[in-house]
Write a protein that binds this ligand. Sequence first.
Ligand SMILES: C[S@@+](CC[C@H](N)C(=O)[O-])C[C@H]1O[C@@H](n2cnc3c(N)ncnc32)[C@H](O)[C@@H]1O
Length: 319
Amino acid sequence: MSIFQFVFENGQTREAMDLSPHGHDPVMVDQVLKYLVPKPGEVILDCTAGRGGHSLEIAKRIVPGGTLLALDVDPENLKYAKKRLDAESLENVKIRLFHANFAEASDVLSEAGIERVDGLMADLGVSTNQLLEDTHGLSFNMDVKLDMRLDPRIRKRASDLLAELDEKQIADILHDYAQERYAWRIARKIVQTRATVPIVTTGQLARLVRSVVPTKWGQIDPATRTFQALRMAVNEEMNVLHDLLESVPELLKFGGRAVFISFHSGEDRLVKQALRKWEDQGLCEVLTKKPLEPGEEEIHRNPRSRSAKLRALRWKADS
Ligand SMILES: C[S@@+](CC[C@H](N)C(=O)[O-])C[C@H]1O[C@@H](n2cnc3c(N)ncnc32)[C@H](O)[C@@H]1O
């Protein structure tokens, strides 16, 4: 067993991440509700339904007469969210779930026959259960297929990217998405290894990274950054966030609110830049001058929340 066996992103332990009865604890719920202000009768779009934690809190607040549209790329999480919402038997509220990428949010609204929404939220990244389960192959703590697709519609798995991309493309992914200092060294080792044996399991990749990246006792597993970067590449996470942000002006009503929670500095930067651009153009009011972060109590209760950054806006432009 590796000394890293039970250490996840940011050095959290498996025990700490296992606690939620729903497989995932929604982060910064009070702050989300404060800025999203879902009210009776409103239409709210949850771009990342996950295990339904935020969706449920929103749904309760738009009764009576409200509509919640909730999307997720992972059909299993979506099913879970549906069951959880159904179990509440909320009356006088429409809840519609869609297996869709938030980059397709405009199409979802058209399909739902809704022109614009009163509020939208996106809680980016992956849920704790997705990291812990062996289905997606996101974790180096188990030896499973190197897949990493959140959405089964995606054609290329992580193992396909490692088989097809050249050394520079792999190094760029590691550098750009995870600021990996040893990006070139890891990329070279991948290319050398695949010349004799295909890299198709999480265990193979983790061992390969550990063999070329120096580590010190107590530091996070050196494979952490490689796994995060590859996941972002497989799911094109920066591209789809860019597409979602581009569509915001077509999604929100006058006075509509949007809340974004990011766990990655690159994603937070994209959100910050979009908000600043719209504010400069007089299209929105930015409600969070600095990104909000979870408080100490939440970080203690849910260590995964530690890197969350929340930004919010109110749309000021007429449709
Ligand atoms: C951090 S979790 C959201 C948790 C959720 N707020 C809750 O309370 O349970 C992120 C979710 O977004 C989904 N997701 C990631 N990228 C997505 C995308 N581009 N479009 C739609 N869903 C996405 C993931 O599959 C995951 O279920």
